[in-house]
Ligand binder design. Structure first.
Ligand code: HEC
Length: 108
């Protein structure tokens, strides 16, 4: 590869990397979504929609939530670390434990 081609490749990587970093929110490390985001995209289409039980505002212990997410139970699917990372699960379970009930959710 010519020196020019290498320079162009490095420049392209720099531009792509910059665009990726810009899509992250300030203070949010790469690859770690906020608990609210994980809940909305991964839990909220069952919990709060009459499919799964309401889990917000019940002070469910974080360790219990973590176990449910990794192992599942009956109709509750298990999630692998590639789907919900260990860091995300830590933050998510603590958030669910302390989050207030959401009056817009349906179910019991
Ligand atoms: C496909 C639907 C579905 C998804 C997605 C889902 N759940 Fe569940 N979840 C259920 C169902 C159904 C149950 C009730 C299981 C049972 O006890 O039979 C449940 C139970 C639970 C419980 C126990 C509640 C209790 O009253 O003891 C917790 C905690 C929980 N889920 C957390 C989560 C979290 C956190 C996520 C997202 C990472 C999630 N769930 C995603 C369907 C779902």
């Amino acid at each position: 590869m010519s020196r020019l081609a290498i320079c162009a490749a490095i420049a392209a990587l720099g531009i792509a990397g910059g665009a990726y970093a810009a899509s992250q929110k300030l203070g949010e490390p790469l690859g770690q979504r906020s608990p609210q985001k994980v809940y909305a995209s991964t839990c909220g289409y069952c919990h709060g929609t009459n499919v799964g039980p309401i889990i917000l505002g019940r002070k469910l212990p974080a360790d219990y939530i973590k176990q449910m997410v990794r192992e599942g139970r009956n109709a509750m699917p298990a999630f692998r670390p590639t789907e919900v990372s260990p860091e995300e699960l830590d933050a998510l379970s603590k958030w669910i434990e302390t989050a207030p009930a959401n009056p817009q959710e349906k179910g019991k």
